[in-house]
Ligand binder design. Structure first.
Ligand SMILES: CCCCCCCCCCCCCCCCCC(=O)NCCO
Length: 515
């Protein structure tokens, strides 16, 4: 066949041109490798910086505790950390215990728990400075009470990392509203606690601070995302903590660590000044709430937060104080119960705890009515997963950019990263054999347009009203249902979420230790 003049073989090419081409290709490859190397180095520096900052604060706190114990050798630390919050506040208010003693006792205990469970991200050494004007808060409901706060709760001068590298070295300019109000009530935030990377996970590990462990079994996770709080409080290192919850982040670690947790309705407590990896997401709303050893402590914390100060600092919060009358009422209740929502089977231990609780409440004269949450599979996929990741997980992924993905998040992130066409195709193929995975994959594509997002919001609104109508039809006061638990193994994340707004809480029935 005759050769055209545009055809030529490599051997006929100008050797100078060939060398330039080869040099350019090698240079390009070297540049890419160099940039990757620099990026990895930058990443390592950031991780090292965050860790050494945490370690330095731990070291300084150890010195402070030691120094205090030499000036006050007779301090009854073990006795102080065993008091309930009611007893502690009483002793602080009557003056038989000083805020300084309470703070140092808890700091010592928290450091010991942290050594075992790796649950702290930062020790707030400013807490000791706060002691110097704590007498101005003598009338506060939490006068002198040392408290813990989750990593994403803004505290002036400290990072709220959410476990991602891009938020390291971004210290809060001001205390968030919750911290301001708690401080005015006399509380002393002294420690920040660990979270899973990105906060959208039920484990508790991130590349900056590593894996936190369960206080009752070191092979298990404390849960997430308020897992550091669960571990610290469950281990005895804090008497009251502040967590956040979208789809279980207060309730699940409370259940896994054998403590109590309360997720109020969203914006009952101000969210101003809190950090997040999916800010602007409005389908499944986040909430701030307390975690503690007993229910009375949760109530006291709510009472302290629901005050004029918070309503003035964040006027978007409804100015509705704590309803003491309802809390103390002994009226017989009409309790809706749901042992199995048809989506997630409770574990045998959880079923037993549920039934024992029901029996006790029935004996106490409360009435039970069966309640079935409407259209649960639809709510899980179309409202929760599609709502949380309406942007196709773009915001979360952009927060993870430039850093390693934690092993506990990997299984979640792989499907997020698939291209839309592949998620859609897999969803269609898997529909007949794995309907839930198929529905999740389709939901992970998020919404396709602004009108689609509005439809999504409208569906959440409709579902909320459908749920509330059923609640009202049955004339229920509360709903009793089992929690996820007992605690999972490390790196095994669960998927239990909630989108409607009745405020749920977790209360331990007894401690179930799996071996
Ligand atoms: C092979 C395909 C598998 C598809 C898997 C689909 C996974 C969807 C997972 C969605 C997970 C959402 C977790 C939500 C956690 C919420 C935690 C929370 O409450 N955080 C609050 C932070 O303030």
């Amino acid at each position: 066949m005759e050769r055209t003049n545009t055809e030529f073989s490599l051997s006929e090419m100008d050797p100078t041109f060939m060398s330039v081409l080869a040099a350019t290709a090698c240079g390009g490859a070297a540049l890419v490798l160099f940039m990757r190397y620099c990026n990895r180095q930058r990443m390592k520096v950031k991780i090292r910086k965050a860790r050494s900052r945490r370690d330095a604060s731990v070291q300084q706190a150890e010195q402070a505790v030691q120094q205090f114990s030499t000036t006050k050798p007779d301090a009854e630390n073990a006795r102080i950390v065993s008091l309930s919050l009611t007893e502690l506040t009483k002793r602080l208010q009557e003056g038989s215990l000083s805020p300084e003693e309470a703070l140092h006792a808890y700091m010592e205990k928290a450091l010991e728990v942290n050594k075992r469970l790796n649950c702290a991200t930062d020790i707030l050494l400013e807490s000791r400075e706060q002691l110097s004007n704590i007498e101005n808060c003598r009338d506060g409901l939490l006068y002198g009470v040392p408290i813990s706060i989750k990593d994403n709760v803004g505290y002036k001068g400290h990072d709220s990392t959410c476990g991602v590298l891009c938020k390291v070295d971004e210290p809060a300019e001001e205390d968030c509203v919750v911290v301001t109000v708690l401080k005015r009530q006399g509380a002393i935030p002294f420690i920040k606690t660990n979270i899973p990377q990105g906060l959208l996970n039920y484990d508790c590990s991130n590349p900056l601070f590593g894996q936190s462990l369960n206080p009752h079994n070191l092979q298990k996770t404390p849960g997430g995302s308020s897992g550091g709080e669960g571990a610290l409080i469950g281990g005895g290192g804090s008497i009251l903590g502040i967590g956040t919850d979208i789809g279980g982040s207060i309730r699940i670690p409370s259940s896994f660590c054998g403590i109590c947790g309360f997720k109020p309705t969203s914006n009952r407590i101000s969210l101003r000044g809190l950090s997040s990896c999916c800010r602007g997401q409005k389908s499944v709303l986040s909430a701030v709430g307390p975690m503690a050893r007993d229910v009375d402590s949760l109530a006291l914390c709510m009472k302290a937060l629901l005050c004029e100060d918070m309503f003035a600092l964040d006027p978007t919060v409804p100015p509705m104080p704590f309803d003491d009358k309802a809390y103390l009422s002994t009226k017989r209740l009409r309790i809706g119960y749901c042992e199995n929502d048809g989506y997630l089977m409770p574990s045998p231990s959880m079923s037993r705890a549920f039934r024992e609780t029901r029996e006790l409440l029935e004996k106490a004269g409360h009435t039970f009515v069966p309640f079935t949450p409407p259209r649960i599979a639809y709510a899980m996929h179309e409202l929760i997963v599609k709502g949380l990741l309406a942007d196709g997980a773009e915001t979360l992924l952009s927060n993870l950019k430039g850093g390693p993905v934690d092993p506990c998040l990997m299984a979640q992130i792989i499907p997020y990263r698939l291209p839309h066409w592949l998620k859609k195709t897999l969803s269609v193929i898997l529909r007949p054999i794995l309907p839930r995975i198929s529905a999740s994959l389709s939901a992970l594509c998020g919404v396709s347009s602004v009108p689609d997002l509005w439809r999504q919001h409208a569906s959440v609104e409709d579902y909320t009203h459908e749920f509330i109508s059923e609640w009202q039809r049955l004339k229920m006061d509360v709903l009793l249902c089992p929690m996820l638990g007992p605690a999972f193994n490390l790196n095994y994340c669960g998927k239990l979420t909630c989108t409607v707004h009745p405020p749920p809480s977790t209360v331990p029935v007894d401690l179930f230790l799996s071996v």
